[in-house]
Design a protein around this ligand. Sequence first.
Ligand code: IVH
Length: 685
Amino acid sequence: MTKRKENKQHRSGVSVDPSQRVEALRAQIEEHNYRYHVLDDPAISDSRYDGLVRELESLEAEHPELVTPNSPTQRVGAAPLDGFQSVEHQVPMLSLNNAFSPREVGEFDRRCREGTGRESISYVAEPKIDGLAISLTYEHGGLIRAATRGDGRTGEDVTLNVRSISSIPLRLRSDRVPPSLEVRGEVFMPVPGFDRLNQQQKARNEKLYVNPRNAAAGSLRQLDPQICAQRPLSFFCYAVGVWQGSPAPDSQMRILGELREFGFPINPLAREVHGLSACLEYYDHVMALRASLDYEIDGVVYKVSSVEDQQALGAVSRAPRWAMAHKFPAEEETTVVKAIEIQVGRTGALTPVARLDPVFVGGVTVSNATLHNAEEIERLDVRKGDTVVIRRAGDVIPEVVSVVLDKRPRGTRRFKFPKACPVCGSGVTSDEGGVIQRCEGGLVCSAQLKESIKHFSSRLAMDIEGLGAKLVEQLVDSGRVKTPADLFALSASEFADLERMGEKSADNLMDALEKSRATTLPRFLFALGIPQVGEATAQTLAEHFGTLEALQEASLESLETVADVGPVVADEIRRFFDQSHNRKVIASLRERGVSWPEITVRTESNGGFAGKTVVITGTLPSLSRDEARQWLIAQGAKVTGSVSSRTDFLVSGADPGSKYDKAVDLGIRILEEHEMQAIADQAPD
Ligand code: IVH
């Protein structure tokens, strides 16, 4: 049967009137859109949804007279425009006053209370989306026009573009929709979509967008609706401009409830909050969520919920007195680069850093920003004296985003990346990708040595309390400490000689060193600062090998059998232990009393015992029961005390007892000691 006939004779040959089927399909598609975009609770798979759209498309192709402008098939398809018409807003689109501090929000709350005579005010609070405001007009439930905010009185008609945004309903779904409705909201580009768009732009050698907001604005201003249709735009609705022909709800919260019923996506973080302190709590709550949202926000908005109170408060100079934006500290600011310096890290990596005129950004004062590496400096062409855009988002280290070329002073020079280590003069090599420049000096380089000692004594490593950065620097600069092991040979009087060290603190430090001598293998491994070996890897390695000796001798192959250790990490570990210098330092650390308790090995091996449950019974010919148990655990087995249906092997010696009988009953494989090695050498099943 062809698709068309199928359409005509929908389901088991019952003939259906095409206009009814078309309407039914539209209703279904719209319902699924609503579930997807508004309720965030899709009921069918994408492919079933696409199937419905395709069926509607083919029916409409067969019956062009049934096509309506607001059919779900008509979201794209219009021809390019020459320009945008201007549209006068029926009700002006206001902007918002900004508050940057709790005090300013407090003043806003006070004005609202005084203006309404209420003791306390209920507000609707929602995130302030970083997109662009849009006005959508519906007549009898159908979208007839979409316009940008423009200057607030007159905007541009962007209907054809807006129709392609799938979260904007073309037809509204409730029987309470007023005959004439104009709603407002924010069109925005989610960050993952923005990143993908910029990747595509880059691949096509086209201009990159600076941020999601510009990308959203640029997309809506495309004259060709086909282009806008490919842009990942989304929408949240937050207000009503016109509600005519039926009584409007009496509060902002109820308005949002109704808009959601009509089919508009409402921000799921919108809340009713009572009074000033709840507003401020909401602000903190949303700020904490900010980094996890997939769209950009630049603050929160508080709106007096009661419509009557809104009217009583009115508006002054194009901003309502009943609403306020409470802005987050800006994440980007401009400042001037005073110098570009190279920092040498613990593993020798040379990181260029911009020293800045201090600037308040992302909630803190920033005076240094990373320039990452030589390639990045090259790409940005940052120079001493340049005005740059600094970004500090969340707790991420501040970085230089771009250079404001218009403000570049005369006579600046390109930054030359050094060919030798600026601290010790050793040569510089680039890593495989050529991205990371490294000083070859190792611990001869005082910068690497200082960073290594700081790392060695840090809390999650050897945890030497009181040995701060300043002390480490003095110890290295005075030549007293050339390796981490030297720390344990220092005397209290040597400490007391240092600047800002009294006898008391010198004694405390000696105690701290004494305490840290008793450590654990994972901490010790982490403290060594093997490249690529963080805290978690150190833990896994310790559990896998059980002893430092076993790890030191491990081949690349056996290192790679450890969970999370790939060829790169395995190579770093091998290289580290192959250097005689490192072995010497380890030996003298142990001579000077650094020790740790033995640990039980828990191995994930690749052999036939990996993940198997094994029981031991009877007396084995050569191994003690405990030795056999240790050995099996090292092979990745779990050794338990009693036989059950979950047992994989029974290792049995002389005079086995009831475990043997039970294993025979359950059909469990029984091994003798001499068969164990053969199983361990097998690949796991
Ligand atoms: S309410 C009269 N709510 O912020 C109230 N605006 O600075 C009108 N914006 O032009 C706006 N998220 O583009 C409101 N949840 C939100 C918002 C929001 C973003 C934008 C909107 C407006 C601008 C004012």
